[in-house]
Design a protein around this ligand. Structure first.
Ligand SMILES: [Zn+2]
Length: 145
């Protein structure tokens, strides 16, 4: 797959509303349709409003924020547990906890990232031969005079 540049469409929407819709794994545009059609695969178009949700480049931001959050949840608990538990017990508890908490939070964080990108107008550049998402929304494409 060709690497596409990330551009801003120039449109801005309410950030907190879009963030909440994304965190609840709903379409950031209408808040009703599901944003994912699997664990992490984004539906190309919302089943309710038809918004192209695949144009928002979540890429590495969702794993980054997920690891950041999981670390801030589990490291203090690990430091407390370190005073009372032996190392094998800590490993038996915290390795699975890290694994499952990361997998549990990742779809919600990815939805949140997509929601913020929707609000801020951050989208992928159009593929050659296809119209830019901003053009589809009725706005001039980025860089147009
Ligand atoms: Zn929608």
């Amino acid at each position: 797959m060709a690497k596409r540049k990330i551009v801003k469409s120039g449109e801005r929407k309410p950030v907190m509303r879009s963030l909440w819709r994304g965190l609840t794994r709903h379409c950031p545009h209408c808040g009703e349709g599901k944003i994912f059609n699997g664990y992490l695969s984004v539906q190309e178009h919302c089943a309710v409003c038809g918004n192209n949700n695949e144009q928002y480049p979540a890429d590495d931001a969702a794993p980054y924020f997920t690891i950041f959050l999981v670390g801030h949840i589990l490291v203090p608990l690990l430091l407390i547990a370190n005073r009372y538990w032996e190392t094998p017990t800590e490993l038996a508890v915290f390795l699975p906890a890290t694994f499952f908490l990361t997998l549990a939070l990742l779809p919600f964080i990815k939805g949140g990232v997509i929601g913020v990108e929707y609000a801020m107008g951050v989208i992928r550049e159009a593929l050659p031969g296809k119209p830019h998402a901003a053009e589809l929304a009725g706005a001039p494409p980025p860089g147009a005079p």
